[in-house]
Every structure is written in C-alpha cells, then in structure tokens.
Write a new protein. Sequence first.
Length: 353
Amino acid sequence: MPQASAVLAEPVAGSDFAPLLRRIRSAGLLDRRRGRYALTIAGNLLALAATATGLVLTGDSWWTLLLAVPAAVLSARTAFIGHDSGHAQIAATRRANRVLGLIHADLLLGMSYAWWNDKHNRHHANPNHVDKDPDVGVGALVWTRQQAVRREGFTRWLTRNQARLFFPLLLLEGINLKVSSVRDLKRQEAGARRVEAALLTLHVAGYATLLLSSMSPGKAVAFALLHHALFGLHLGMVFAPNHKGMEMPDPDGERWGHLRRQVLTSRNVRGGPVTDWFMGGLNYQIEHHLFPNMPRHHLRLARPLVRTHCASAGLTYAETGLIDSYAQALRHMHEVGAPLRDTRGTGGDARAL
C-alpha cells in the first residue's frame, strides 16, 4: 500500500489520545512481561556464549568469519534489549532498567547506554522535527532540502548521491556507535562517566582478548570489521523504514498533540513472523511511539486498537511492506538531494530511483 501522509480530518476536540490510552490500559497491554523478558535475555546470552565458543573452537581459520553473521544478528538482539530497558519496558524500577541497559549496551556492545538513551528520548519526544529530533539533524546524511543546499565540498557530493550511498554507509554504523559513545562520555556527570568508561573498557578488552586468543591478528581485524559492518547494516535496516519520508512538522507551525505527532511521523511495516523477528517487533513503530513503555511483545496486539482509533480520529495510519518501506525512505533521500543535482539550480530533478 503506498504511503499516505495527509491528514484526512482534524482530530476531535480535547485529548484525542486519552480514549485510546484507556483501551490499551484496560486490555493489559502496558503490563510488564517480566517472565517473557527473562526468557528473551537468557536465550540471547546463551546464544552469544555459543557464538563465542564457536570462535574458540573454530580457531585460526578463515571459516571463523562466517560466525560474524550470527554475531551481528545477536548484537542487534542485544541492542533491542538495551533499547527496551531505556524505555522502562522490562523492570519496575529505574535502577533495575539502568543496570540492564548498562550490561547490554556498554558491556556487551561497547555502546554508551546514557548516550543512546538521551538521543533516543529526544527523538521520541519530537519525531522528525528538524530542530529537536537528533535523528533528522545534519550529519553524513540530510533530511530536508534546506539542509541540503547548505552543503559544500565533499558533503555536497555525498548529499547528491545519498540515496545510492545509504546502505553502504550503514556498514560504518556499528563503528560510529562506538565512536559516538566514547565522545559522549565528557557530557556525562563524573559518577556516570566512570561507570560507563569502565564498562566500555571491559568490553573492548574482552572482545579483543576473545578474537586475538582465537585467531591471528589479521583474521581478528577482518572478523571485527565484518561483524561491525553487518551489525550496523542490520540496525539501519530495522530503524530506517520507521520515519524517513514521513511527515516532518513545521518548526514554526501549529504544535501537534501526542496522537497526531506520533502517528503522522511514523510508518509501520507489515509482515509475518519473519519480519517481526528481523525487526524485533519495532516494525509496529506507530504503536511503539504512542506507547514507548509498552513491552515490545505487545506492540502487534495493540495494532488493531490503534488502527481503529486513528480511523475514528481522522488520522492516516501509514503501513506498508518491508521492501516498499525502503523504497519510500530512499525516494525521500533522493528528492532531498535534487537541488544539488539540478545544474540549472531550480531543484527540478526529483526523479525517483
């Protein structure tokens, strides 16, 4: 189904989110699933341990590089658990969720939990808002034509070709997450900085020890690069379809309410069990943005209630297949770079890929 981003009608007066919240809460979909999460965490840790054991047993062989594939997939599963702890989906207390986040993000992934949490919470508060959402700020890629026309030099070339370069650039995301995490340490308070720095150091030491004790330095470097490239690609393929190419609120326009702000800027990805597993359940992005503390396992159950409510409120509920979601995101990136490809300077070349 093609993306439909227009508002069909103005939301009803008052809080148009409150009735939906009551239905969701009465259905028990905001209740924590501690047992389910305990099994998820235990299974993931066992799978990580099995992969590490496979590295040791395979030893100094190029066949060991094949294990970078499950290592990348399991790293993404680990990131999903850290993501859920940041949203307080798992435990009842902030402290317990932080401990789970520090273990899964800092210790197991080498990625700062505080950095990710700060960045991700700002994204959730104002999705696709160019002045407030860090995910649509100017970086290697840009998301609006206003951002594009200010690019110069190499970044100008990058923006002209960003749709074609998007997936190759994702291969660098695994390393970028680690670099950004280390750079963020100076922002943190002294106590939190010491904890995170220690855990990040332990991760690097443990990861290097595992690889260098199992294979030659050359193979260890090759494994680490392949592992992080596939990890970044996997995460990017999960998060890219969720908002790219969706509505972007006007910074100077009317302030949207919670329901409108979260629904119109998000896109769901349809699919069966395989798609749900690959995307960790975050393909139900509208539900996740409306209820960020809802256990990830409940998002698909909330979908029918949310769809019905959006229809009654006159809001478009954007949902499409996985391949089409990538096509829409890439088309948006291609159109953003159109002014830089138009030799006449009119911005008229916005041909789809």
